[in-house]
Design a binder for this molecule. Structure first.
Ligand SMILES: Nc1ncnc2c1ncn2[C@@H]1O[C@H](COP(=O)(O)OP(=O)(O)O)[C@@H](O)[C@H]1O
Ligand SMILES: [Mg+2]
Length: 269
């Protein structure tokens, strides 16, 4: 009996060593060990227009890892924005659940969800969505107003973010006094100012020319990597999707394919 027990100990030690070695090997390979920050469980979305039912999403299951840059790729009308809006808590699914950091966001009350979004989520819009009466600095500081951050600290952080997107010379400019690329850089600064865990971007370069597009992508990726933030971007552009660690291809409201970009994942590790 005693012999049998002692006999198993080297085996347990051996397994532990094997597990350790495997973990090290996985860590070297990248993001396999990172936890899932977003879990999408069998969601569907049906819109009713009069008598007509438009099925925008059908049984989507998906996990997104912490710190990952994930791209949702599909043609116009495939359901990309619907999916993104749902993960970001802007819309509710007809069926299924969305868990962020272990919390089911579609079951939260409106107030709780609003608070959750302020604390955990940043959003970058295709058409920037800046407030036209506010300066660049005031637009960037806006999310911090809702979080009750004192004015001095808001201004310090807004300036810091504007600097990191190369707009320290445009602090007092209003949206109409800036180019599209500059407005989107303000949009990026605003999305990251509250240090959210996740930033969502819906066709963030859709209104920009090719050169500005690259610059805006670079800034967005750099800032999210530096802070170890999760970035989820929607695009119809295959070329832009190549920047991501993982590409989720969607068609007719379904996940058609998921492609991991191993090289990106390694850089990210
Ligand atoms: N608020 C809405 N009411 C009704 N139908 C909608 C609404 N939003 C999206 N849809 C429909 O859902 C489908 C997916 O739309 P969307 O998610 O915007 O696609 P994408 O962003 O990929 O272009 C489309 O058929 C669209 O017409
Ligand atoms: Mg869209």
């Amino acid at each position: 009996m005693t012999g049998r027990i002692w006999g198993t100990i080297p085996t347990i030690g051996g397994i532990a060593r094997l597990v350790c070695r495997r973990k090290l090997a996985l860590r070297k390979r990248g993001w396999f060990l990172l936890r899932d920050i977003i879990q999408i469980e069998d969601i569907s979305k049906v819109y009713l227009i009069g008598q007509e039912r438009v099925v925008a999403l059908r049984n989507v299951n998906l996990n997104i890892r912490e710190g990952e840059f994930c791209c949702i790729l599909g043609t116009s009308g495939s359901g990309k924005s619907t999916l993104l809006n749902m993960i970001a808590g802007l819309e509710k699914p007809t069926r299924g659940n969305i868990m962020i950091d272990g919390q089911c966001i579609n079951k939260m009350s409106e107030n709780r969800l609003a608070r959750f979004r302020q604390e955990h989520i940043g959003f970058i819009f295709q058409s920037y969505n800046l407030m036209s009466s506010l300066t660049a600095k005031e637009n960037v500081a806006m999310p911090l107003v809702f979080r009750g951050v004192p004015k001095k600290e808001r201004e310090r952080r807004a300036l810091q973010l504007l600097k990191s997107v190369g707009l320290e010379t445009h602090v007092r400019h209003r949206p109409t006094q800036m180019s599209g690329g500059q407005q989107q850089r303000v949009g990026i600064a605003r999305a990251f100012v509250g240090q959210p865990q996740i930033v969502f971007a819906d066709e963030p370069t859709g209104n920009l020319d090719t050169k500005t597009r690259e610059e805006v992508m670079r800034l967005m990726i750099e800032i999210s990597r530096r802070g170890g933030r999760t970035l989820v971007m929607v695009t119809h552009d295959n070329e832009l999707a190549q920047y991501a660690d993982r590409v989720i291809k969607i068609r007719d409201g379904r996940v058609e394919d998921i492609v991991a970009n191993a090289q990106r994942a390694l850089i990210n590790a």
